[in-house]
Every structure is written in structure tokens, then in C-alpha cells.
Design a protein around this ligand. Sequence first.
Ligand code: PMV
Length: 357
Amino acid sequence: MDHQGNPLTPAEVLQRRRQVVRAVLGVRSALGPQRSCAEAAAPANVALVKYWGKRDEVLNLPVTDSLSVSLGRLGTWMKIAVAERDRLILDGREHSPDTQEYRRMFEFFDLFRGEAGPFLEIVTRNTVPTAAGVASSASAFAAAVRCLDVLMGWGLSEQELSTLARLGSGSACRSLWYGFVHWHRGKRADGLDSHGEWIPVVWPSLRVLLWVVEGGPKGRSSRDAMRHCVTNSPLYSAWAPLVARDLPVALRAIQEQNLRELGPLAEGNALAMHAIMIAARPSVRYWTPATLVALEQVERWREEGLDVWCTMDAGPNLKLLAEESTARELVRRQPDLQLVDPFEQVSVVDSSQPGFQ
Ligand code: PMV
């Protein structure tokens, strides 16, 4: 939307986004590739205090701050190389230019190159299981900016890379780091102060468990659902005040490594986000009967004395938070849980991974 509330044309959208890229890159905007190829990895992340609602749709600027933890080894490996023509090979399969994945990826790369190219071959592999309901776009755009930084020889700071990744998808700005990340909403109209900040806490016993209760493709995109909720949910006005209360408590719980404080807070925050969706007119509902069965199971485990809490995003699946010993007991009871150490880092490049030619 422009200042009068009129929708921007695609050319105007591209121009606004390119202005931000130029502001971040400065004189480096003029640089061409400094090498022939580059490789990078980035972890997926799950929000403990959610991002729900944009104050600027074009630049993915959020209404509130948010807070996430990374998913360690689950994320994206990417390799980009200067080529004769654009190509996208995703999870070992070449995607044609009319696929959504191709368009989304190259619309992003187009922010950084002119008419003269360079053309790029992108080979990318997600280690997030596709049915896990964990967004792989966040790690993909974070890996993409890391690759570009090396290919173009920019030498940008982590925060600058986070600002650029946000233009691909909002939550991507939290995927530049392992562990906990605080995304500051920022106040500037150009969003240069809206980026992730790494929280220097390593909590070695913390685990995330992915619980896929419903495979299959996700329904409505989070972008679309967010937009709908901001204008059509009578509960949306409660969101920013809730985040303002939750965020400092979550930050303290992380510093103290106190799961009994962080767990209920993260669960309550996710449920509040879903309450906003459910109350929207018309309603947005990502839950299925299997989601409710799983939520009840989490409650039962707690009644039996296990310290486990859950969070959910724009989908029917759950992510559980527990300390390591509890997490192992949960896997024993529910073997389809996938256990993740948020702090497990992958070496930047592993060209032997399937999908790399
Ligand atoms: O960055 P997006 O557009 O994929 O939005 C992510 C939204 C949620 O996953 C629901 C919440 C969050 O903070 O990650």
C-alpha cells in the first residue's frame, strides 16, 4: 500500500525493496560476483514469542518484536554458482520457472542483481522434513543471503544479513544464528532497524521435539492468514500488549534457563496467536482433530509429572519444549517425535550431502 492506502504495482514493490537493499549495501551495490560459487547453511527456527502481523507488507516489517530458538541441524544447505542461465535444484529436483519455489527464490535474488545478471544456479537442500510443518523458507532465505555475501564479497555484518533475509520472509531474519534470537520490530519506515539479535545464552539441556500429527501440504499461507487477522480479528488489538508482557518474561526465563517459566509462556503465546486466528471473521483454523488429541496428550504428560510444553505455528503440528532427560522419555512413549538439539551446529559446508552435484 502507498501512503493513500492504494496497492503498489509489482514494479513499485520491487523498487521499494531494492531501495532497502541499496541502503544496506551502500557502495557495494555496484559489485559483481567476486567468486564463481559459494555455499552456506542456516538453521530453521521456531518462535517462542510469535511474529503475527505486519506493519509493512512489502518490507515484512512486524507489528511486534518476536523471539525464537533455532532447530540446530534442521535447516537449509545452499550452494549458488554463476551460470549460463538461472536454475533451481531443490532437494535433488530441478524446478521449472513456473513453480512457486522458483519464482519466490529468484524474485529474492533479483533484489540483488540488475538486468545484466549474473545468472545463478542454485542447489539447495532442506533437512527439515517437508511434512514437519516447520517453515523451511526462513532457513532458505538466511542461507541465500549468506551465499550472496560470500559470492559478492560484501563482508556484511550478521545484522545486515538479517535485515536482507527479512525481505525474503520475515522469520528468516531469525535464522542467521544458532540458539535464541530476538527480532526487534524497529521503528524506521525503511526497516533498517528491524533485524535479529543473537542472545548469548547456551542452554545445553534444552530440546525441541517435532510432532507431526498431520502430514500433507499446509493450507493457507501464514502471510495471507496474518493479513486477514490484522484487519478481521476482533482479538488482534490484544496481540501487541500481550507480546509486550510476554517478551521480557521470556528473555529472563532464557537467561535463567528456567523451562518452568519459559514453557508455559511459549505455549500460552502460541495459543493466543491461534485464538486470534480462530476469532477472525471468517475464522482461520489450522488445527485438526489430531492437533487437539496431541494437545490433550501434552497436558496428560504434564499431569504425570513430565515438564513438557508445546508451541504451534501456522499449521496443525506441534513443537514440544523439554529438557533432555524428559525429551528422551517422551520419545520412548511417542516414538514418532523428532528430537532436536537447538544448539547443534552444522559445519558450513558439506558438499557430500545428497543434492550437491
Ligand atoms: O516469516 P513467515 O512469513 O513464514 O511467518 C512466520 C509466522 C509464524 O511462524 C506463525 C510465527 C513466527 O514467529 O515464526
